[in-house]
Design a protein around this ligand. Structure first.
Ligand SMILES: NC(=O)c1ccc[n+]([C@@H]2O[C@H](COP(=O)([O-])OP(=O)(O)OC[C@H]3O[C@@H](n4cnc5c(N)ncnc54)[C@H](O)[C@@H]3O)[C@@H](O)[C@H]2O)c1
Length: 400
């Protein structure tokens, strides 16, 4: 690793207040909540997670605390700004003073944002992004049930903006929970398609934050470890959900990549994925996974040293003497991954019309917060070129 920028000032390095990891870790929740002396607990989750029995599991564990519990699970699909505002209002009406989020990124984003906004009267300035949430008065505990978004360790929450047909992130240290509990047992029921898309999402966080212009030697430690673990566990976790070792490995991938993402940011892959989520409701992980090889074919030429590192982490070979080949190997690996995990490889298969690509490019170029992290200045035209390649399924010499 070379230190490129000697004048880079490193801002605060953020982590959740506390972090616990391990199979069965959720069973200690009664001890964990004592420090907050809650009078009424809110459990926030979504319909699928509730149907999988995970909300009941948590309630059983919490029963011995004898604290009243209000349960909100009316979330289906990826959440919107309107929904999170409603949830915050409901939790306030119910006088909840501790929020426990259990679920994938969708439920966790709602839980932590609702906790942060619970005691704030006028939520609009914070949801519109005009103002950053300063601090969170209501304690919050997060338990992920997918291994992917890393929401349990990030300062980010992403919601759909129905009017603008876009997804947009809000960022604040107030969105870091007091306690993150990563219990791989809770991910065992995660369906294969979600395990695949969210698992590749975690890899996207690792690789994008590793090449980010905001990356530091500290964030790179987290991203590197996530990328080294990923190939050992992703296929096993997707194809055999009850493989606890693989689920544990992916739990680490997600949390480590999440810490790197939280402190170094993600870039162009996410920026191009936002309009696909906002307008076409394509799942976040699926959109990122599909776009990743096409985006890297374009931007990887500006970070060839990092591509040599990534190829080494993935055990694709030593490309120190031929860095350009490292990029080819990484892009090929990303394509093979889509095939092995049965994820879509082009936008056409997702039902997107070719005539929509210009509009998508026009939306993506406005996601400046993320594009600024990528070490390649992407113009609207180059973004459109990436969408065209993703639509046609054509990368360099490879035609699918
Ligand atoms: N805050 C962040 O830093 C961050 C980062 C990336 C993505 N996100 C956001 O996270 C969301 C995507 O999250 P996700 O990929 O984790 O998927 P998700 O939370 O949307 O869940 C997908 C589906 O899987 C089901 N599910 C989840 N865990 C399950 C389990 N253990 N058993 C059975 N069913 C289960 C859910 O009910 C849902 O139907 C998007 O809204 C995305 O924008 C947030």
């Amino acid at each position: 690793m070379t230190i490129k920028n000697t004048t880079q000032l490193i801002p605060d390095f953020r982590m959740p207040g506390n972090f616990k990891f391990g199979a069965g870790a959720h069973k200690n929740l009664v001890e964990d909540i004592k420090v907050y002396s809650p009078k009424k607990i809110a459990i926030v989750s979504d319909k699928g997670v509730a149907q999988a029995g995970l909300v009941d599991k948590l309630k059983e564990v919490l029963a011995s605390a004898e604290t009243p519990i209000f349960t909100f699970t009316d979330i289906s699909g990826e959440p919107t700004f309107k929904l999170v505002e409603n949830v915050a209002n409901i939790l306030r009406e119910k006088n909840c003073d501790l929020v426990i989020g259990i679920g994938g990124g969708s439920a966790l984003d709602v839980a932590k944002t609702a906790a942060a906004l619970l005691l704030i009267e006028d939520k609009q300035p914070f949801l519109s992004g005009n103002q950053q949430i300063g601090s969170r008065k209501t304690p919050c505990i997060l338990l992920p049930t997918t291994s992917g978004t890393g929401s349990e360790v990030t300062m980010n929450a992403i919601f759909g903006d129905e009017e603008q047909e876009l997804k947009r992130g809000i960022v604040s240290p107030a969105l870091l929970p007091d306690l993150a509990i990563v219990d791989p047992e809770l991910t065992m029921s995660c369906p294969p398609r979600v395990s695949a898309s969210s698992g590749v999402d975690a890899f996207t966080h690792a690789i994008e934050s590793y090449i980010s212009v905001r990356a530091t030697p500290l964030t790179k430690i987290f991203a590197e470890k996530a990328m080294r673990l990923f190939p050992h566990y992703i296929t096993r976790a997707v194809h055999n959900g009850s493989d606890l070792e693989a689920r544990t490995g992916m739990g680490w991938v997600s949390a480590l990549a999440g810490v790197s993402l939280a402190n170094a940011g993600v870039g162009a892959v996410h920026a191009l994925a936002y309009p696909l989520g906002g307008k076409y409701h394509i799942e976040h992980g699926v959109a990122n996974a599909l776009l990743m090889p096409y985006v890297f074919e374009k931007i990887g030429t500006t970070c060839t040293n990092e591509m040599v590192d990534v190829a080494s982490f993935l055990q694709l070979g030593d490309f120190t003497q031929k860095p350009v080949k490292a990029l080819e190997a990484v892009v090929q690996y990303l394509f093979d991954l889509l095939d092995v995990l049965d994820l879509p490889t082009n936008l056409k298969d997702l039902g997107i019309d070719e005539s929509a690509l210009s509009e998508l490019a026009n939306s993506a170029v406005k996601v400046e917060r993320l594009l600024a992290n990528t070490p390649f200045k992407l113009s609207e035209d180059s973004i459109k070129e990436i969408y065209i390649n993703s639509y046609r399924g054509k990368v360099g010499a490879r035609t699918k």
